[in-house]
Design a protein around this ligand. Structure first.
Ligand SMILES: [Zn+2]
Ligand SMILES: [Zn+2]
Length: 144
């Protein structure tokens, strides 16, 4: 049995990028949380701050493990520890370049076809920022 990463009680599997947000099944997208830290006030389903924090953490992890510009299907399967069917789910949205699948496309798909940023927690934030938000994060990805 997996334990809650916060308190160590018996944990339930949470998808960091929810299924209904385009989240996929791959081990890095799972976090184990007890019922309180999962569905309670301090859990990602009720607390937007915590939800965004988990998502930004996941995105940073992906940025750090996917450092090359292009990846083959085999590399994606190995790095993400997924099977061919899951790898197909990830890559079916976009085309393969001669060199492989683009890093940015892969990360964006794994995040549910969008990027997340801490500034989404800003109290002045509203969803109309989405347009340049993606551009900013893409810029960050290129710089790293
Ligand atoms: Zn807990
Ligand atoms: Zn959940």
């Amino acid at each position: 049995m997996k334990q809650c990463v916060i308190c160590g009680k018996q944990g339930e599997k949470h998808h960091i990028v929810f299924k209904n947000q385009g989240g996929l099944d791959f081990p890095l997208n799972y976090i184990y949380l007890c019922s309180e830290h999962h569905r309670g006030k301090e859990g990602p389903h009720k607390n937007r701050k915590i939800d965004i924090k988990y998502k930004v953490n996941l995105q940073n992890k992906l940025i750090n493990i996917l450092k090359k510009d292009y990846y083959t299907m085999e590399e994606i399967m190995e790095i993400l520890k997924i099977n061919p069917r899951q790898a197909k789910m990830i890559t079916k949205d976009f085309s393969r370049c001669r060199e492989g699948y683009k890093r940015k496309d892969i990360i964006k798909r794994l995040m549910g076809r969008r990027f997340y940023h801490e500034f989404m927690l800003d109290k002045y934030y509203d969803e109309s920022w989405n347009i340049f938000e993606d551009e900013m994060i893409e810029l960050e990805l290129k710089l790293k």
